[in-house]
Write a protein that binds this ligand. Structure first.
Ligand SMILES: [Cu+2]
Length: 673
């Protein structure tokens, strides 16, 4: 009896904690500077999302700090602070996973689905350094956490249809909970045809099909110890990339992990979490469906990663500490085989990634000191060892054409540090932060061999002698909150040294037919970037809520030349009305003219645009079960537009009607929100 009492108490306590977490994005004092938490419930949330069955990329795009590079309708590449993949630390529950495409067609975010996730945390700059070195920040995708409370079966069925691209979404999830055990499985299927841009213009080669299956098993070994095993299988096929010269016939990932967690070890030691993981990615490009191909190519890529982390959380007096030891071993390999039309000519083969092995091991420590809930000082430091080895001799000899002196292996030390101070007074909160970070070049930047970039139309060659990129950053923020109003302004500044970018080498001829030339990865001595953001949320009445967010970015090198992919002034506004179980929302999304574009990197002026969206949602209760209905229309005016981050100015989707239906069954009593 006493045992049941304790169990119930733990469940209530964790439910209370989960409740507190839910209010995280809205609460003034629990979000650290520069961190945006999209949701801390299962991401598919009919109460908070205008389109609950949106893709993960559509969810990410809603946070004003994130923008997406689009090469089609699938697998958009996230950017934080106008910096993308190699300058970010993108992880799934702290696990490193690497895309297998040399052309960035498969960012990590393309291998999960919103159905598996409960939270996306976006951190700016060095605040994202816990799981590894970063310059721009981090995106950590958290899988849904289950607990051992409320035993029984629960589940849901999701269906969605969108008129534009004939997109069909279907998903199902089942969970069984026992007081010492749980098992959860979910599946999601998405299938889309070619989408139509504004003015009903069809964008050919923009179709895709995706399957995602995920499962989590948990055991409670005793009151303090739990084990959780988790797998994700993701498979996409027949994916069109209209902005690129090639499509993808197959992209798949298998992601597996086992985690052990001990809680309440001692009064000081709060928790110790250790995870072992493995993941494997296969990516196959396909040009056979394109009408005009100068030369047929086969370009498969593979990555596999073994990793672990072990993380301790401790608290003593005013101190709240985190220690994280994390390590991985990655293998990245990509090939290119060219088949000349004249069959008498020889087939050409090369390694575009010459079987590069990366070993990384790093430590991270952070202390957060709080005085009277008014002053918070936080500081952290990290140090890591990074080693690349080229395992393939043929690939190594190819690179030695450019770098005769290069060794197969290269060691680096990567350091980082960050400090922030928060002061709270009445309804105000002030933050300042400063940081220093380094990163090693990515596999493409260090060892890529004739990687064609269809944006600037250059072939890129990696450079194993690159120095670590370094950043010095400063950030400041101010928040004001009263019951009906919350407003926040932040500004961040990055001074990046040894900024890695491709510089033309006129002495080398390109391999790709029609390419403008060859660029080698080199370092610019210094660049400056600024990102500013202002947001306001106003609830004049319990039924009405309005939000607005404005962002502005700037990025130039020392010669005051613009950097590519810098976001122009952008805005997002919404007005929501809720009465009982009905919610209506009107939103507008837009950007000013992108005047500060980079001509040298193939960019041109992107005109201003604004699109209008509307959605309506309704929730029915059928006994203890819930039926949700959400319908809406996006880009109501059917505007033809593209944004600064659309590859080769590929137009975005035109008018789109959608409907999402979800039925959730639950043995437990449902509490209305
Ligand atoms: Cu690819």
């Amino acid at each position: 009896m006493r045992r049941i009492g304790i169990m119930l108490w733990i469940c209530l306590l964790s439910a209370g904690f989960a409740g507190a977490q839910d209010t995280l994005p809205d609460s003034l004092f629990s979000v650290k500077l520069g961190e945006v938490v999209v949701s801390s419930k299962p991401l598919i949330n009919y109460n908070k999302q205008s389109k609950p069955l949106s893709t993960l990329e559509e969810y990410l795009e809603q946070t004003s700090r994130v923008s997406m590079v689009k090469r089609g309708n699938y697998a958009w590449e996230p950017m934080v602070n106008s910096m993308s993949s190699e300058r970010l630390n993108v992880t799934i529950d702290g696990m490193h996973i690497f895309g297998a495409c040399t052309d960035k067609m498969d960012p990590i975010t393309s291998y999960v689905d919103v159905s598996n996730l409960s939270e996306i945390s976006v951190s700016s700059g060095q605040q994202g350094a816990e799981y590894g070195p970063t310059i721009g920040g981090a995106i950590d995708l958290s899988r849904t956490k289950h607990d051992f409370c409320n035993p029984g079966w629960s589940g849901s069925v999701d269906m969605g249809y969108e008129s534009n691209a004939n997109l069909f979404t279907a998903g199902a999830a089942v969970k069984y909970i026992h007081s010492r055990f749980f098992a959860a499985v979910d599946f999601m299927y998405r299938d889309a045809g070619n989408y139509k841009a504004g003015k009903r213009i069809t964008v050919p080669f923009s179709q895709y099909t995706k399957y995602n299956l995920s499962s989590t098993l948990g055991w409670k070994l005793n009151d303090n110890n739990t084990m959780v095993a988790s797998v994700i299988f993701d498979r996409a096929k027949d994916v069109g990339y209209p902005a690129l010269p090639m499509d993808v016939s197959r992209a798949r990932a298998a992601i597996a992990s086992v985690q052990h967690l001990v809680e309440n070890i001692a009064p000081v030691l709060r928790s110790w979490e250790t995870k072992l993981y493995y993941n494997n990615v296969l990516h196959e490009m396909d040009d056979t469906k394109r009408p005009v191909v100068p030369i047929h190519m086969d370009m498969p890529g593979w990555t596999s990663t073994y990793g672990m982390y072990s993380k301790i959380k401790a608290e003593k007096g005013r101190h709240d500490m985190t220690f994280n030891l994390n390590a991985y071993y990655n293998q990245s390999k990509a090939e290119m085989t060219m088949y000349p039309k004249d069959t008498a000519e020889q087939i050409m083969f090369m390694y575009t990634w010459p079987d590069v092995r990366t070993t990384y091991a790093g430590v991270f420590a952070q202390d957060r000191i709080t005085w009277n809930q008014q002053h918070i000082l936080q500081y952290s430091a990290s140090a890591g060892f990074h080693r690349n080895t080229v395992a393939d001799d043929f690939g190594l000899n190819s690179l030695r054409i450019f770098y005769p002196e290069m060794n197969a292996g290269k060691n680096r030390v990567v350091l980082g540090a960050n400090t922030s101070y928060t002061y709270r007074r009445k309804n105000m909160e002030y933050n300042v932060a400063a940081g220093y970070g380094q990163r090693a070049p990515s596999v493409s930047e260090g060892y890529g061999f004739y990687l064609f970039n269809s944006f600037d139309r250059y072939d890129y060659i990696g450079n194993p002698n690159l120095k670590n990129e370094q950043s010095i950053e400063a950030e400041a923020g101010i928040t004001y909150k009263i019951s009906k109003l919350k407003t926040q302004a932040t500004v961040s500044y990055f001074h990046i040294l040894n900024y890695i970018i491709g510089i033309p080498n006129p002495d080398v001829l390109p391999m790709t037919i029609g390419a403008s030339g060859v660029r080698e990865y080199k370092s610019l001595s210094a660049v400056n970037m600024v990102n500013a953001e202002w947001s306001v949320e106003y609830k004049p009445h319990p039924s009405w809520k309005t939000k607005a967010a404005l962002t502005y970015s700037y990025g130039q090198d020392k010669q005051r030349q613009n950097l590519p992919l810098i976001r122009p002034f952008s805005f997002r506004m919404s007005l929501a009305y809720r009465i009982k179980s009905l919610e209506l929302e009107l939103a507008v999304d837009g950007a000013a003219k992108q005047k500060a574009y980079s001509k040298a990197y193939g960019e041109d002026l992107t005109p201003a645009y604004a699109v209008l969206n509307f959605s309506a949602g309704y929730m029915f209760f059928i006994e203890d079960h819930r039926l949700y209905l959400r319908a809406g229309v996006e880009n109501i005016a059917d505007t033809y537009y593209s944004t600064f981050s659309d590859w080769n100015n590929i137009p975005r989707r035109g008018r789109n009607f959608y409907v999402n239906i979800s039925f959730a069954f639950d043995k437990k009593k449902v509490v209305k929100e």
